[in-house]
Design a protein. Structure first.
Length: 162
């Protein structure tokens, strides 16, 4: 399945609504070259009254609904559309990451089909996976750390050759 059309649509809707969000998790790692897969897309966002209104606009634009988990203290808002199998999680809190502003300051911009995402840095994604410490998070840590080391090595080579 080619995720690009869905990602392009999501990026466009985020841009049009002005929702402040940084992609995190496996999708963010994959956009940076990590060999990982996922069926959902996760975002860290600032939970403000304005952003909650924008999140409702995002759901409407994607023909989706906002679901809350059975444990509301999680600060998770799931935007889901049954018809398209779309599932996007917006979280105000992510274990291992101290603040939205810190994650945003280290994020990179990634272009997908002419639309841009703010994507969490690999070190931040790794920190969140380590803190969550779930089996599915531990399963990808080696791939993420290897990708980070390869990027560092490539950057060093490029710096030396310039």
């Amino acid at each position: 399945m080619d995720a690009a059309p869905i990602l392009i649509r999501v990026a466009r809707v985020l841009r049009e609504t002005g929702l402040e969000a940084v992609m995190i998790g496996n999708a963010a790692a994959a956009l940076q070259g990590a060999p990982v897969t996922t069926v959902d897309v996760d975002f860290l966002f600032r939970k403000t009254p304005g952003n909650l209104r924008k999140l409702k606009k995002v759901a409407r634009a994607l023909d989706a609904t906002i679901l809350r988990p059975y444990y509301p203290v999680s600060d998770l808002f799931r935007v889901a559309a049954e018809d398209s199998a779309l599932q996007i999680d917006f979280m105000a809190t992510v274990h291992g990451l101290r603040s939205y502003h810190g994650v945003k300051s280290r994020a990179i911009s990634v272009d997908v089909g002419g639309e841009k995402f703010l994507v969490a840095s690999l070190p931040d994604i790794i920190a969140s996976k380590q803190a969550a410490n779930r089996p599915r998070d531990r399963a990808v840590l080696d791939a993420l750390t290897t990708t980070l080391e390869e990027k560092k090595t490539l950057t060093k080579r490029e710096t030396r050759s310039s």
